[in-house]
Design a protein around this ligand. Structure first.
Ligand code: FES
Ligand SMILES: [Fe+2]
Length: 336
C-alpha cells in the first residue's frame, strides 16, 4: 500500500514538474470527428453574443513595437489612413494620415518634440493641432496600440480606453505579435476563433485531444481541454477558455496546465470602410506567454530568439485560419 502511494506521489511529482505527456498523434483514420459538436447554430449564437459587445470605437491598429520614437507610421484602418507616432513622453498619438496642407501621406516623417514634421513642407502636427486636422484618442497597452477610429455602436459611448482583457504582468511574460490580412470581415475572424472544434482537424501539427467542456461553457465562454503538439509523440495538455471582451476581439486564456494565465488575443481590424466589399481585414494576434517554471526564466532572457519561433508557429496557424475566415466570407457573400 505504502509502495503504491509512493509510486502515486512520485508520478504526481513528475507530472507537476514535466508538462509534456506521451500522447501519440492519431492518424486521420482514427481522429474523432467533431462535426456533430461544432453545431453551426451554436457557433452563430456565440458569434452573435460577441458582436453585441461594443468596441466603443476602439480598434487595434499596430503592435507597440511597430511605433518607434522619432518617426511616424501610417496604417489603413476602416477605410482611412491613420498616422501613429510617439509624444515627447513616449505615449502614443494618432491622427488622420494625410497632411492638412497638400495631402502628403504622413508616413516615415521625423517626429520632434511630439510633433510629426510633414515630409513635404515641414508642417508640424501634434496633440495641439486644431481641426480640421486633429488627433484621435489612442492607447498603448504595452503590447498593442489602439486608436478610437472605429464605429461607436448604437447605445454605446466613446470611452477613454479600449476594453482590455487581463494579461500576465509584462516583466514575467514573453509577448509575440503577428498581423496578417485576409479578404473577409472582422466577424469571420471572430467566428473562426469561436469554432474551437476545428483545432485538431485543421491544425493537426499544432493541436490534438481537443474536447469542449459543455458543462462549463456558455454562449459567452467556451471552455476546453486541448493538447499542444510537440511532434507526433508528445504533447502538452492544457485547459483554456475563450471569451470576447468586444466584438472584434477573442481572448484565449490558459486556466490550467502549463502556462496558466498566458493569453492569446485575436484582434480583427477592418482595413476597408464599413459596408465596402470585397472587405479586407487585418488579424492581429498577441500571444502573451508566462510560466513559473525555471526554464521560462531562461526563455525570457532569450526572448528575441523565442519570439522568432513563436511568430513562425502563429503565422502557420493563421495561414489556415484566415483561409477559413475568407471562405466563410465568400460563402456569406455568395462568391462561391
Ligand atoms: S503637404 Fe504637408 S506641409 Fe505641405
Ligand atoms: Fe484555428
Amino acid at each position: 500500500m505504502s509502495l503504491l502511494r509512493t509510486d502515486r506521489s512520485w508520478r504526481a511529482e513528475v507530472r507537476g514538474r514535466v508538462p509534456v505527456r506521451y500522447l501519440p498523434q492519431a492518424t486521420p483514420a482514427h481522429l474523432r470527428g467533431t462535426w456533430l459538436e461544432a453545431r453551426p447554430a451554436r457557433i452563430e449564437r456565440a458569434v452573435a453574443d460577441a458582436l453585441a459587445r461594443p468596441t466603443h470605437g476602439w480598434l487595434v491598429v499596430a503592435a507597440s513595437a511597430d511605433v518607434p520614437r522619432g518617426r511616424s507610421v501610417v496604417r489603413r484602418v476602416a477605410g482611412r489612413e491613420v498616422v501613429l507616432w510617439r509624444d515627447a513622453d513616449g505615449g502614443v498619438l494618432a491622427g488622420p494620415g494625410a497632411c492638412p496642407h497638400l495631402g502628403a501621406r504622413l508616413h516615415g516623417c521625423d517626429v520632434v518634440d511630439g510633433a510629426v514634421l510633414c515630409r513635404w513642407h515641414g508642417m508640424p502636427l501634434g496633440r495641439d493641432t486644431r481641426p480640421p486636422w486633429a488627433t484621435f484618442a489612442a492607447h498603448d497597452d504595452g503590447v498593442l496600440v489602439w486608436a478610437r477610429v472605429g464605429v461607436v455602436e448604437d447605445g454605446a459611448e466613446p470611452t477613454q480606453h479600449p476594453v482590455l482583457a487581463a494579461r500576465p504582468v509584462a516583466d514575467g511574460a514573453i509577448a509575440s505579435v503577428v498581423s496578417l490580412a485576409a479578404t473577409c470581415e472582422p466577424r469571420d475572424i471572430v467566428a473562426n476563433r469561436l469554432d474551437p472544434w476545428h483545432g485538431a482537424w485543421l491544425h493537426p501539427y499544432a493541436f490534438s485531444d481537443l474536447a469542449v467542456d459543455d458543462a462549463a461553457s456558455s454562449d459567452d465562454r467556451l471552455v476546453l481541454e486541448v493538447a499542444y503538439r510537440l511532434g507526433r509523440t508528445f504533447a502538452v495538455p492544457v485547459r483554456a477558455e475563450f471569451t470576447c471582451p468586444d466584438s472584434h476581439t477573442v481572448v484565449m486564456t490558459i486556466t490550467d496546465g502549463e502556462g496558466v494565465g498566458s493569453v492569446v488575443e485575436t484582434h480583427a481590424t477592418p482595413l476597408t470602410a464599413p459596408g465596402e466589399h470585397p472587405a479586407r481585414t487585418v488579424m492581429t494576434e498577441a500571444v502573451v506567454a508566462t510560466s513559473d517554471r525555471a526554464g521560462f526564466r531562461v526563455a525570457r532572457r532569450l526572448a528575441p530568439l523565442v519570439r522568432v519561433g513563436m511568430r513562425a508557429s502563429q503565422t502557420q496557424l493563421w495561414a489556415d485560419d484566415l483561409e477559413y475566415a475568407a471562405r466563410r466570407y465568400a460563402l456569406r457573400r455568395g462568391l462561391v
